[in-house]
Design a binder for this molecule. Sequence first.
Ligand code: C2E
Ligand code: CA
Ligand code: CA
Ligand code: CA
Length: 273
Amino acid sequence: AKKDKREPIQIFHAEMDEGLNFRRTMRQGLEEALSGNQLDLHLQPVVDARNGTLTSAEALLRWTHPLLGPISPAKLIALAEESGQIVAVDDWVLERALQHIKQLGDVPVAINISPVQFRRRDFARKIVDRLEAHGVSPGQLRLEITEGVLVTHTRAAGRAIAELREAGIKIALDDFGTGYSSLSYLKDFGFDFLKIDRGFIRALDDGRQGAELLRAIVDLGHSLSMRVIAEGVETAEQAGAVQLFGCDYIQGYFTGRPMPIDQFQDWQANAAV
Ligand code: C2E
Ligand code: CA
Ligand code: CA
Ligand code: CA
């Protein structure tokens, strides 16, 4: 029995080292990405459902690793939350978004907020400070949060949301219908926008029930004084249905993909013609 003892231990160490090494490498990679120019913030148009005019944009993070190529923002965010780099990442996103807002002129830009941000007491204050430092009006920046935040950081989130809205920053509840979906959250927190997850848009293709569900969600949003955004609209049929059911805004590949700011401005110029 004794002679077998070393081997498994060595294998165990080898595997663990590989995992640790990988994460250390990624962590260092993210560090380099933050200081170099591997990160980018793409913009996706959000248009008026009735006439297709541009109303705002959502900023989406992009990381192109020099060796691994594009790394999905979901992975990047998960990695950064685990390593503690999430604050640096979110700071980078906010600064870049503020630059984009100044470059675009009068198109409000929404950024996604990581749930962990709500652990910081100074979160709302910091955003307001950065707006002031850039001379950007609060109405130009929007924040998107997911339902999970409301469950895990209920009181802190409530406080931060109230403070941000008082400062004039509009808040969207993102991915509605995918998470915890306690309807009381909608009432208690007060959101400006409700973003219907693209799963519901996809369900439209399956016929009546999908349509009824979508209609019910839109009505719910409106009854609580929210504007409703349909996410992930990919086809003309979906766009037509979404408009018919009273969604206020459309976001999706059908109207425009997330793109670098230069391309976004070209898109904007063409759409205006
Ligand atoms: P999200 O906030 O729900 O963003 C919408 C996602 O749907 C984006 O994926 C977008 O590219 C994609 N999308 C837009 N239109 C369509 C469509 O018509 N069809 C399909 N199939 N997909 C569409 P992306 O860019 O991969 O981002 C994934 C998630 O990563 C985001 O989901 C958001 O939760 C997170 N994320 C992205 N950027 C940031 C960021 O700067 N900060 C934080 N904290 N999270 C971010
Ligand atoms: Ca979002
Ligand atoms: Ca979403
Ligand atoms: Ca999402």
